[in-house]
Ligand binder design. Structure first.
Ligand SMILES: [Zn+2]
Ligand SMILES: [Zn+2]
Length: 131
């Protein structure tokens, strides 16, 4: 299967030639600030399956700690994903995928630092930190 996606302004486009492995809602305080939302939703994949289609030169990486960072479009500031230790993306911000990515989130992580103003109302497993 092939999944494509893009940032808000369309400068950056990517393709994942393979399945998304898992998806989760992350309630950590860093994702909350980065996205400006109650939580972020990411899907993980094999980095071998990922490629940029266009706009890679407009990709910014905010990496406050080694191995823990966020990729974004320098033009429109869309969150795009998380790079692994070698700099390659290992997860994609699910909201940037075109159409239905097929996968559904299966858990909430870092619920221990969840926004006080947001209540989780589904029955998915909740983990204080990472599972
Ligand atoms: Zn953009
Ligand atoms: Zn997070």
């Amino acid at each position: 299967m092939t999944i494509q996606g893009q940032c808000l302004c369309g400068t950056i486009r990517y393709e994942i030639r393979g399945p998304l492995i898992s998806a989760e809602h992350c309630h950590c305080s860093m994702c909350r600030r980065f996205h400006g939302t109650a939580f972020s939703t990411y899907a993980d994949f094999d980095p071998e399956h990922f490629q940029w289609l266009q706009g890679e030169d407009q990709l910014g990486i905010y990496e406050p700690n080694p191995g823990k960072g966020w990729a974004f479009c320098k033009t429109c500031a869309s969150s795009l994903g998380m790079p692994g230790a070698d700099g390659r993306l290992t997860s994609i911000a699910l909201g940037t995928v075109d159409g239905d990515p097929g996968i559904r989130p299966t858990e909430h992580i870092f619920v221990g630092s969840k926004a006080a103003w947001y209540d989780i109302t589904d029955d998915l497993p909740q983990h204080e930190e990472r599972d």
